[in-house]
Design a protein around this ligand. Structure first.
Ligand SMILES: [Zn+2]
Length: 462
């Protein structure tokens, strides 16, 4: 298939120019101004007045994630189709080890779940919640299988939380083998103490969720993780950063040469903790961890993104139906399934609140959503850029189209939207995955199972 996307504004992490992109056999063949005459037999797509970006990469999703007797509400089909609608052509989903089960089994289970369903390309981070020696020995084999990043938790005591000793061991292995360690940085003991105190005072409604996750719990964990990264020389990636003090600690660490990366998410950039003041059970929609913070934190996160202290924006997409799942555990805030939808919203939100409102540049938008995640997660340059030889993953974006975000018009399999009612300018119009049109004029054209597994290599800089 030969496709010529012509006359758009091609935007990469370093460049923006009026030009054409020619795709052949699933790859980007050539890019430039006025190359159209060289390819007279190509099918032409007119992108006049539109932005032409690399397919975006969401490095933080939880699709069909088991949680107790339920699982997050998107299947691999609905979740990855929603990703495409939002301009995301690759995701790195979290495969979560069950305590006592091997990492190989975990990878196998997740592969089975995704294989015949996924419609965008996908890879897996491996969450290690049982870091016994036997399981850590599986790491080299997993690297060969394309899993080049692992995750662990300083939070969720008694379930996922690992000790500092285990974290140090993992960091040393990351240095030795060249992989990335993603960390959920919240002090699990502080969260546990705050939760138990609130419950004992009879404070059980979702309004109290944020108080159970004090900002100091994140800042302490971020600072501790940085010191442990510094001591071991390991490769650290701090995910879903929310607080001003965390951004400061990361900036200082980077300045003194500590090897680390950091991610934030759209919900922390544009929402705030006043959502927990909403009456009744409504606040449960934003029961996610870490919780939403203050306005000054949002400003610090934007500044961190613009200055490069924060490297990437992922969504932490983890949808649960408000009516059917969030309410399952209505009686206690700490039992409400944690998470919120967002896989479809990220690229447009970052454009409207970032680029349009002069918080980040057009090129930084592409970098934080596309190029930096591709580099961080070991899929660059086949993903995340518009250069000859890269996969033909392209988004045509209408920078003028104004619309209102709503669960009614989004495609995620969930009955509410995290950003319901917010009006934005900028909309994903068409999407190509490996040279094939998958979204055309906001219509989905693909079929289940057309997404490919990403065999990821060592992250850049590891
Ligand atoms: Zn997450």
């Amino acid at each position: 298939m030969k496709l010529l996307i012509q006359n758009g504004t091609v935007v990469t992490c370093t460049d923006s120019f009026r030009g054409d992109v020619f795709l052949e056999d699933g790859l980007i063949h050539s890019v430039g101004a006025n190359i159209r005459t060289q390819f007279p037999d190509a099918e032409v797509i007119d992108a006049t007045g539109k932005l032409v970006l690399p397919g975006a990469i969401d490095g933080h999703t939880h699709i069909e994630m088991p949680l107790g007797e339920t699982h997050s509400s998107d299947s691999y089909f609905t979740g990855t189709r929603a990703a495409l609608f939002g301009g995301t052509t690759s995701i790195i989903d979290y495969a979560n080890q069950v305590i006592g089960e091997s990492l190989n089994k975990t990878l196998n289970d997740w592969q089975i779940r995704a294989k015949d369903q996924a419609v965008c390309d996908y890879g897996f981070h491996m969450t290690i919640s049982d870091p016994r020696e036997d399981f850590l020995k599986e790491i080299p084999g997993l690297l060969d299988a394309g899993v080049s990043s692992f995750k662990c938790f300083f939070a969720y005591k008694g379930r996922l939380m690992i000790s500092d000793e285990a974290f140090v061991r993992l960091m040393k292995l990351s240095r030795r083998y060249g992989f990335l360690v993603n960390l959920h940085a919240e002090n699990g003991d502080m969260v546990e103490e705050a939760t138990n105190r609130l419950l004992s005072e009879g404070k059980k409604s979702p309004q109290f969720h944020a108080l159970a996750h004090p900002r100091e719990a994140e800042v302490e964990a971020v600072e501790r993780a940085i010191r442990l990264a510094e001591q071991t020389g390991g490769n650290l990636n701090l995910v879903h950063i929310t607080c001003e003090e965390s951004v400061q600690a990361i900036a200082e660490a980077k300045k003194r040469g500590v090897h680390l990366f950091a991610e934030t998410c759209p919900q922390y950039l544009i929402l705030a903790d006043d959502r927990y003041d909403l009456p009744g059970f409504e606040a449960a929609k934003w029961v996610l961890s870490p919780p939403l913070r203050k306005i000054h934190d949002r400003n610090a996160l934007w500044k961190g993104l613009a200055e490069g202290t924060l490297d990437t924006v992922g969504t932490d997409h983890c949808p649960f139906s408000f009516e059917k799942q969030k309410t399952l555990r209505k009686d206690r805030f700490d039992r409400i399934p944690n998470g919120a939808p967002g896989i479809e919203d990220r690229v447009e939100i970052l454009y409207h609140f970032g680029v349009k409102q002069d918080r980040i540049s057009l090129n930084q938008w592409v970098d934080r959503c596309c190029t930096a995640p591709a580099k961080r997660y070991g899929i660059y340059p086949s993903k995340g850029d518009i250069v000859p030889g890269s996969d033909g993953d392209i988004v045509i974006f209408d920078p003028e189209k104004t619309h209102t975000i709503s669960a009614r018009t989004r495609h995620m399999n969930v009955d509410y939207n995290t950003y319901e009612g917010i009006s934005i300018t900028g909309k994903v119009e068409s999407v190509f995955l490996r040279g094939i049109p998958v979204i055309k004029s906001s219509q989905y054209l693909g079929c289940p199972g057309s997404g490919q597994y990403l065999t990821r290599t060592a992250p850049e800089g590891c």
